[in-house]
Design a protein around this ligand. Structure first.
Ligand code: ADP
Ligand code: ZN
Length: 748
């Protein structure tokens, strides 16, 4: 029986998953994960090979159409990643083809993999005296070029013209005579090419670190013996040396010939972290790939290619780096595992920390989740015995955790004559002391811009965005009111548009306004502001942080950009200007986030020889999040908050699904969701509950009206399955978009 090869191909861009079987022509190599072009009805389409099989050529073979060709030379996905894609597709209710393509860098998703090429020049025949004798005295440049090329080997056009100042016409002459050849070659862009890293030697681990490292390595050995292992949650206080443990675990992983992935929340914000990895592995710098949003698309693509070709074995990156095509994976680390940025907010709406655990399970490798403030999800998994706990309670060299003082801002308001203040007496005095001692201060305020809003005290008017149901923030530098949701901006009115009152005031403080106040109060100090407005240029953040490190800046004021991961030994004071931002939003994780943020921010103080102090200004000093943070009591906080979540069956005791409808027409958004609601209710499994369709907290955004339903269930799979079944048979009007978010992180 003559045999032929067939492939199952998942078609790009189809609504609903569309998969067909095709024949593979003789002589064409294909493997799962490869991108191909196939005939589809009377057109052609792109797709991804999911399976290769053998068919009886006489029989089935005749009825199958052949693929039109391959788009990539090699497979873009490993077998493990294909399985992972399927898992994500089912769990998060996303079309599998979207999942697969979101695993690839943009230049690899389309018709052709776009790779950067450059012209290279090389010698095409033997360079001997006879040949050299053929150049006359006016052709010295040509001769020089030839000599250089024969000595150096192929050079890029840029290198050659840079070295010799040779005109293009001279090269052309050489090319025409067949003496040199000019070809296109793929060049790779290394974002760290010009950075030289000094190798850092492994440190001698302290007792706690050594125990944790051994736990990780033991886990790897168990796996090799075929035993089952659990993900490890590394709960280590700020400054306990978690990064050093990761570094040594990776070292041992690559010594075994395996690869490692390290997820970090957002490298662009923490250049220091990436540097520490590059420094430790300076000798094998080329084997380290860095993937993050600060790179150009081309740079990202090249880094990814290095991994695909198995040249790089260590990947450090944000969220999507979890999809790195490492074939022989030996370790996954998720640093700051509690960070919200691991959740992707577009389709597929995956949570990278959870995906890391799934990938570790599918591919058989240890997974380490690390944090000083673990997510309640992970903490609960420890309590339920699903995760293994490793703990580091002490800071390196037994340094003390900083003393945290709470300042009740309600009293400050009463004291001051001129209305609300932003700098309490306590904080101001503490800052003066630091300046006198030559020590540094970090001030934190999670709101950029000048004032939260403008307000007419006569009629109560506030400026709202005309495209979103939210207020606009005043930015003084550009003198504009800006919507932080959609970016719309307008000139601030000089008189109240409602009552024509002339006494419009600035309400609330943003970093811009605080900077102005600081400059008035601390005239001698060097002050720098770090937020997305002030750090627009590439490398500006890195440069600023370096200047701060070398003590050229006394006071660093910033938003969450400076809250995490920074390690400056000379910082002895951290001030949190308004701990309440973020506390009073309608979100089940508001308390958890505030606790995490305070603990992380406080963790920036006292990391060196000198002891640290933290001043937290708040209007709700007795809030549990603030009180537990003050006592560095993560476990107490977790206990308190978990009890609360349990009482209301909130996550982690249940999974939520947020269904949102959006439309430019309010009625249509609402009506579509009502229809969906009725269907969802009709065959509702017993353990699932759902809310009525309600306006979203942010009812209008980007001119789109939004309504939502929230479903709750003890199990995520049943939840997704029910929604999938109902949605399959429903179509919505063209101008209504309905999205589903499983385990949502933002309910707005
Ligand atoms: P974490 O990530 O837990 O906040 P880091 O890994 O940043 O802590 O470590 C804090 C500091 O302690 C860093 O400057 C690091 O170089 C240093 N450090 C870590 N481990 C050791 C060790 N075993 N001996 C000496 N210094 C260490
Ligand atoms: Zn807006």
């Amino acid at each position: 029986m003559p045999e032929a090869r067939a492939v199952k191909v998942l078609i790009d861009g189809a609504t609903g998953d569309l998969s067909f079987t095709y024949l593979v022509p003789e002589g064409t190599e294909v493997s799962p994960g490869q991108r191909v072009r196939v005939p589809l009805r009377n057109r052609s389409a792109l797709g991804t090979v999911t399976e290769v099989s053998r068919v009886d050529a006489d029989n089935a073979g005749y009825r199958l159409k052949p693929i039109l060709g391959t788009v990539s030379e090699d497979s873009f996905l490993t077998v493990g990643l294909m399985k992972l894609a399927e898992w994500i597709s089912v769990f998060y209710l996303a079309p599998i083809e979207t999942v697969i393509r979101s695993m690839l860098p943009k230049p690899s998703r389309g018709e052709e993999e776009k790779r950067k090429t450059a012209k290279f020049v090389e010698v095409a025949r033997t360079v001997d005296d006879a040949l050299l004798a053929t150049f006359n005295s006016r052709q010295n440049k040509q001769k020089d070029a030839l000599l250089l090329l024969s000595k150096q080997g192929p050079l890029s056009l840029q290198e050659l013209t840079g070295a010799l100042d040779i005109p293009r016409s001279s090269l052309k002459a050489l090319e025409d005579r067949g003496i040199v050849r000019v070809t296109d070659r793929i060049v790779t862009r290394d974002p760290l090419e010009d950075v030289d890293y000094v190798e850092s030697a492994p440190l001698v681990l302290n007792e706690e670190q050594a125990i944790v490292l051994e736990t990780i390595l033991a886990s790897g050995r168990e796996l090799e013996k075929g035993e089952k292992i659990r993900p490890i949650l590394l709960y280590g206080v700020t400054g306990s040396g978690k990064t050093e443990v990761y570094l040594q675990a990776i070292q041992s992983t690559i010594e075994k010939g395996k690869g490692a992935i390290v997820l970090v929340p957002e490298i662009a914000l923490t250049p220091q972290t990436a540097d520490r990895f590059k420094q430790r592995f300076a000798k094998i710098k080329d084997q380290v790939a860095i993937l993050h949003s600060g790179l150009s698309e081309g740079e990202r693509h090249d880094e990814w290619r290095k991994v695909l070709e198995q040249k790089a074995r260590i990947v450090i990156g944000a969220r999507s780096a979890i999809f790195s095509p490492i074939k022989n994976l030996g370790l996954i680390v998720v640093d700051e595992e509690h960070e919200n940025s691991y959740k992707q907010d577009t389709v597929p709406r995956y949570q990278a920390r959870d995906i890391a655990v799934v990938r570790g399970h599918l591919e058989g490798c240890p997974v380490v989740l690390g944090s000083a403030t673990p997510s309640l999800e992970s903490w609960n998994n420890v309590r339920e015995g699903k995760y293994e706990l490793a703990t580091m309670r002490l800071r390196i060299d037994n340094r003390k955790l900083p003393l945290i003082r709470i300042v009740d801002m309600r009293n400050e308001g009463r004291k001051s004559q001129s209305g609300p203040t932003i700098l309490s007496t306590k904080l101001r005095t503490a800052m003066e002391q630091r300046l006198a001692n030559g020590e540094q201060t970090i001030l934190f305020l999670n709101r950029r811009g000048f004032a939260r809003n403008i307000l007419c005290p006569e009629c109560g008017y506030v400026a709202n965005c005309r495209h979103c149901s939210t207020t606009m923030t005043l930015h003084r530098k550009d003198d504009r009111l800006v919507c932080h949701i959609c970016g719309f901006s307008q000139l601030p009115p000089s008189r109240c548009p409602e009552c024509s009152g002339r006494s419009i005031v600035n309400a609330g403080y943003g970093t811009e306004r605080v900077e102005e106040i600081l400059r008035q109060v601390f005239t001698e100090a060097t002050i720098c502001r770090v937020d997305t407005d002030s750090m627009r240029k590439k490398n500006q953040l890195r440069d600023t942080l370096n200047a701060f490190r070398s003590r050229k800046i006394d006071i660093l004021l910033g938003t969450q950009m400076i809250a995490k991961g920074l390690d400056f030994p000379n910082v002895t004071l951290v001030g949190v200007l308004n701990a309440d931002v973020g506390l009073h939003i309608p979100d089940i994780r508001a308390g958890e986030r505030t606790f995490q943020l305070l603990t992380q921010v406080a963790g920036r103080a006292g990391r060196g020889e000198l002891e640290g102090e933290v001043v937290v200004q708040t209007y709700t000093p007795h809030h549990p999040s603030i009180q537990f943070a003050r006592h560095h009591d993560f476990e107490g906080f977790a206990e308190y908050e978990l009890a609360l979540r349990k009482r209301f069956s909130h996550p982690p005791y249940a999974h939520l699904a947020l269904i949102t409808s959006r439309s430019a027409h309010l009625e249509r958004a609402e009506f579509s969701l009502k229809t969906l609601h009725a269907r969802l209710k009709r065959s509702l499994p017993e353990e699932i509950t759902l809310t009525e369709p309600l306006p979203s907290p942010l009812v209008k955004s980007h001119d789109q009206w939004r309504f939502q339903i929230v479903l709750k269930s003890p199990g995520a799979r049943r939840l997704a399955a029910h929604i999938r079944t109902v949605m399959k048979d429903l179509t919505f009007p063209d101008d209504v978009v309905v999205t589903v978010d499983i385990d949502p992180y933002s309910m707005s």
